[in-house]
Design a protein around this ligand. Sequence first.
Ligand code: SF4
Ligand code: SF4
Length: 372
Amino acid sequence: MLYRKLPKGEEKISILGIGTSSIQASGEKEIEEIVTAAIENGINFFDMASSEAKPFAAYGQAMAGVRDKVYFQIHFGANYETGTYGWTTNLDTVKRSVDWQLKALRTNYIDFGFIHCIDESADLHEVEKAGIIRYIEELKGQGVVRHIGLSSHTPKLVNEVLDMGILDMLMFSINPAYDYAGGSEPNYAADSYAVGSVEERMNLYRRCETDGVGISVMKAFSGGQLLNAKTSPFGKALTEYQCIQYVLDKPGVLTALTGVRNKADLDKILGFCHASPEEKDYSILGSFAPQDADGKCVYCNHCQPCPAGLDIGLINKYYDLANAGDALAKSHYENLAVKADACVQCGHCNKRCPFHVDQMNRMQEIDSWFCG
Ligand code: SF4
Ligand code: SF4
């Protein structure tokens, strides 16, 4: 298992995390076994926006004795009083629900306290007015909440909350279908999660990296849609490993939260850690993603190897981030042993790039930008 460090904290987060939206397909005992197996295999990150109350006690049972080795995202606005998920902006209900979740999980602190599922400004103002954000901040002041997060599907709304300067983590829906099939206001795509144009979405990921806000990714498989040619918006299926690698290559992303229904699903996801580069290679996207994807580097490194030893994907990522104002990316670039000036203009990458990026030109552009 690989780990990525939270920019504003010491936590090292496993690149594979577990979401709770599908796990209730299993019984409590089985959930406990799945969570135990996940931890034994190095997974330490768990989102708790469950669709039922059932998994909480099973998680609490599995975490007994290893609580200090795992991180929870707890949602201030998810209510389980009826046994199934409900969304609330009532402060008293939020307090009762969070207390209940802590008790069921057998813990007295929250690694990531989330402003839960906000996609519109009006809802953000309602949550603010109700005192929920203030409450999370108070708990942070008391050390009960370690970091503040936000879950959302909407770049515009996320930018509003990023402007408040309180976030350490964002839970956001990312996959190739949402990135390339979305649209700008007011013509959003039919799928209500695929919000924002390619540019808006990429700018958001870059801003998160620049602002030091980690991203935990939900819906990496578009709810399973992308895994089946019949339901994939591209008319072609991708694999779980291609989708996971795709999201992990996006700036700011720390972990892909995958939904598992049973132990077999968990084993499949864990296979990502041992999968070959070919199994994770999602460059096939270049042959069926829409025009928006054309000519833009997605950092997939399918164009490797470079005879001059350039890490083409990473150089492009640092360049885009530096352009977005990320001072750290500039210094990361400067620390690279082989930089854009080493490009010998052989053209190998141009021939190999499925997204038709003119990388020969881009390397010259990158070199003069950093040296200028
Ligand atoms: S130039 Fe093309 S193949 Fe190379 S990293 Fe960028 S998108 Fe991938
Ligand atoms: S054109 Fe430059 S970056 Fe591309 S493969 Fe050749 S040397 Fe590497």
